[in-house]
Design a binder for this molecule. Sequence first.
Ligand code: BV8
Ligand code: ZN
Length: 247
Amino acid sequence: MASTLSRVAERLHDCRRVVALTGAGISAESGVPTFRGAGGLWKNHDAARLATPEAFAMDPLLVWEWYAWRRDVIASCQPHKGHLVLAGWERRFPEFGLVTQNVDGLHQRAGSRNVRTLHGDIWTVRCTRCSCSGFAGPGELGELPPRCTCGALLRPGVVWFGESLPQDVLEESCRLFREAEAALVIGTSGLVHPAAGLPELARKSGAMVVEINLEPTPLTRMAHEFLQGPAGDLLPALDMLLKEKDA
Ligand code: BV8
Ligand code: ZN
């Protein structure tokens, strides 16, 4: 591991354009349940079935109770050292792009200023009928399911399975991966598309692809380097090696 880490630091140190794709695994050490890990289940419901327009149409109250529960859990969590390292890399690298599948807002709370949220933000809501949308912080939802002033149901400002990703965010993320000299893939099972297809764009453009995960994923075979372990340890270790090379 130490040799892989120093090899990655060696290559990363001189890169100008770096991009990172994060998934639920980077928030796990902050206490946010992952989608497919043990915490992925809620009251014996499968997260992937609840995060759909069909589930919301069928039972908006149940879906909102799930999101309200997740918001309460996330509100009690803090970003960890790994989030802080990525926030610092916005200043370290001339061009650093952060793309996340997470909706928890922990990157933003860690100080990352330009976060491409592919799947939306659990702290926002939007109307199912009119164009109203906005931020709804902890405890601001009121009675569930929340309604818009126009009377229609509000929905969480996230992208559900079967829904398209925000086109502008996806296009910018593709560009960041195509142009990167190094791409880090952190804490994602690599199962959800089109996010899982981004690292391949970097690979095809000749970038160094580095995966950080507790275990191998479908993306591991495509990565040049695989750093196995918790992101909260490996990102600070990588950052320390970079700082040593600065000296
Ligand atoms: C779309 C927001 C076009 C909601 C989410 C068949 C094949 C391919 C694709 C499809 C298919 N059938 C359907 C599709 C498309 C579908 C898809 O990909 N399905 C998969 C599951 C088969 N995709 C979509 O529907 C997307 N839209 O394609 O639009 C379209 C339009 C119309 C009709 C059809 C298609 C929309 C996808 C977005 C869904 N929304 N979230 C919410 O959060 O409530 S996705 C959800 O999964 C979360 O955002 C989550 O981030 C994301 C991905 O999961 P991960 O982040 O990877 O998390 P996971 O728990 O899976 O893994 C955690 C990882 O971390 C693990 O590897 C673990 O080892 C690691 N880890 C744990 N601890 C640590 C760690 N690593 C490091 N350190 C640690 N400490
Ligand atoms: Zn409305």
